[in-house]
Design a protein around this ligand. Structure first.
Ligand code: DC
Length: 228
């Protein structure tokens, strides 16, 4: 069966796009690449070096110099892949709340986006890839063979994130997650460069009330219909 070679999946935080992309890539035997990890790595490095989030020039320099790799998991601790920055394993560090709280600011810096987009395009152009982010269908791979925009209400996304945090034993309230989610949505969708939005030729799936299996089924049907 012929299938689309490049699949772009965009959408807001916690819409389920990473889970969908990972499952889809496994099914098709494609590379799964979550571009959000790259913005997270740059944010972590900036925080780790004690930079303030308004030091745009220094943070942009960091993004131009760091070598980010995503590789098969080296440990069985729940990770889907290893995230390495200049060889250092940052897989879990980039998921910390301080990174969550600052990553949208870093992702809005044009120079950071430019540096990371170049790397993302190189990976995408090799084909057989499911790439996830906010601007994959609009900016990184505008010629992707299949574009999905996975949406869900802010309430449902916050509830999902809350359930994940509680399952990990973290102490957090639903209200604080809802508040942080609204702030991130606002920054991601109103920034000047590559704001979060569906590409004109993207298929929009609203996942409110839909389980991952159903969303996967819809996506596989779309992929089959879009074979080259
Ligand atoms: O998907 P995520 O939560 O790991 O993304 C982290 C941040 O990076 C989020 O604020 C949006 C941003 N991002 C982006 O601007 N463009 C991408 N292609 C991927 C992520």
């Amino acid at each position: 069966m012929n299938l689309p070679s490049t699949i772009a999946i965009d959408g807001p935080a916690a819409s389920g796009k990473s889970t969908l992309a990972e499952r889809l890539a496994n099914k098709l035997n494609y590379l799964y690449f979550d571009t959000g990890v790259m913005y997270r790595v740059v944010t972590w490095l900036a925080l780790d070096r004690g930079l303030s989030m308004d030091e745009e020039e220094m943070i942009t320099k960091l993004s131009q110099l760091v070598q980010i790799d995503v590789q098969s998991p080296s440990k069985e601790d729940g990770r889907a892949y290893d995230v390495l920055a200049d060889g250092e394993d940052l897989t879990w560090k980039i998921r910390r709340p301080e990174v969550d709280a600052n990553v949208s600011v870093v992702a809005a810096f044009p120079g950071v986006r430019e540096a990371l987009t170049v790397q993302q395009r190189c990976i995408g152009q090799r084909g057989q890839v499911v790439m996830v982010g906010r601007d994959i269908g609009t900016v990184v791979l505008p010629d992707a063979d299949l574009k999905i925009y996975l949406d869900a209400s802010v309430e449902e996304r916050s509830r999902r994130r809350y359930d994940e945090c509680i399952a990990r034993g973290e102490e957090i309230t639903l209200e604080s997650i809802l508040d942080a989610m609204r702030k991130r949505d606002q920054i991601d969708s109103t920034r000047d460069v590559a704001p979060l939005r569906a590409a004109e030729d993207a298929v929009i799936i609203d996942s409110d009330g839909l389980g991952i299996e159903k969303v996967l089924e819809i996506t596989i049907d779309l992929a089959r219909g879009k074979g080259q």
